[in-house]
Design a protein around this ligand. Structure first.
Ligand code: SF4
Length: 256
């Protein structure tokens, strides 16, 4: 399928066989951040406002082509930040009824301060929210936000979302040299957000920074001793999957 919105399934270390739904589907990355470790390269389409990138009609047509596909989750991700799509909430409903799969959204958390975004994210079964920095200075250095927001705004909004949301909230943290020594601070920031799960990651796919070792990640994990479900990328196993369209998949995920 050329220029498809749906890609994968990809092997995900926390979601198993993850069928990707890309509500942005732009040629280059469209994001409200420009993270230094991003596997998609530079944010060539900086965006801070929500809008429609692909129509629900187009999504509905493509969903018909993947009915019955073997996957564990339908996951909103792709060429940038999915909550920039103003039709995210309706799209989640459409995907759930068409595929009968649980729905996950991977978000960079930048738009969670918006009430409409929280309301739409709450329709997903799993929300994986990014949190990479324990302070404002590192937040600016690592995530390079384009949207005018502070780490404090985001942390407060995730906490608010937690209070409203009945589904599974995971915090995903990317660790590398810049924040390697800040795990205790990250645990402190995460505690009041009461996540169901903490996912400790390091950039294993090609990007602008080097990954930490398994030993370094294990030391970071020890700082999260007060949390119930803590997983690290090195400890996880990923399933074997064959994407139905390799080119469209590699565009969103340069290495499976
Ligand atoms: S939020 Fe995700 S897509 Fe956006 S720049 Fe960061 S890693 Fe890349």
């Amino acid at each position: 399928m050329a220029d498809s919105i749906i890609y994968g399934p990809v092997p995900s270390w926390r979601l198993g066989r993850s069928l990707g739904i890309d509500l942005l589907s732009t040629k280059g990355k469209t994001c409200s951040f420009d993270c230094v470790y991003c596997q998609l390269g530079m944010t060539v389409r900086p965006e801070v406002e929500r809008k429609e990138f692909v129509s629900l009609d187009r999504l509905a047509r493509e969903l018909k082509t993947v009915e019955g596909i073997a996957a564990d989750y339908a996951t909103f991700s792709g060429m940038g930040e999915p909550s920039l799509a103003s039709n995210l909430g309706e799209a989640i409903g459409l995907v759930k009824s068409a595929l009968k799969l649980p729905v996950a959204v991977l978000t960079n958390s930048s738009l969670i301060p918006r009430e409409d975004v929280r309301r739409e994210l709450a329709l997903a079964d799993v929300v994986v929210a990014k949190l990479d920095a324990p302070n404002e200075e590192l937040f600016r250095r690592i995530n390079r936000p384009i949207l005018k927001c502070t780490l404090d705004d985001i942390a407060k909004a995730i906490r608010l979302f937690r209070g409203e949301y009945q589904g599974k909230l995971a915090l995903q943290m990317m660790f590398f040299e810049a924040n390697r020594d800040y795990a205790a601070g990250m645990a402190e920031i995460a505690e009041p957000l009461s996540p169901d799960e903490v996912q400790i990651n390091t950039p294993l796919r090609p990007c602008g920074v080097s990954p930490l070792s398994a030993e370094e990640l294990a030391a970071i994990e020890r700082e999260f001793g007060n949390f119930q479900n803590v997983f690290t990328v090195y400890g996880a196993s990923t399933p074997e999957v064959t994407p139905f369209d390799l080119a469209e998949t590699l565009r969103r995920r340069p290495r499976l």
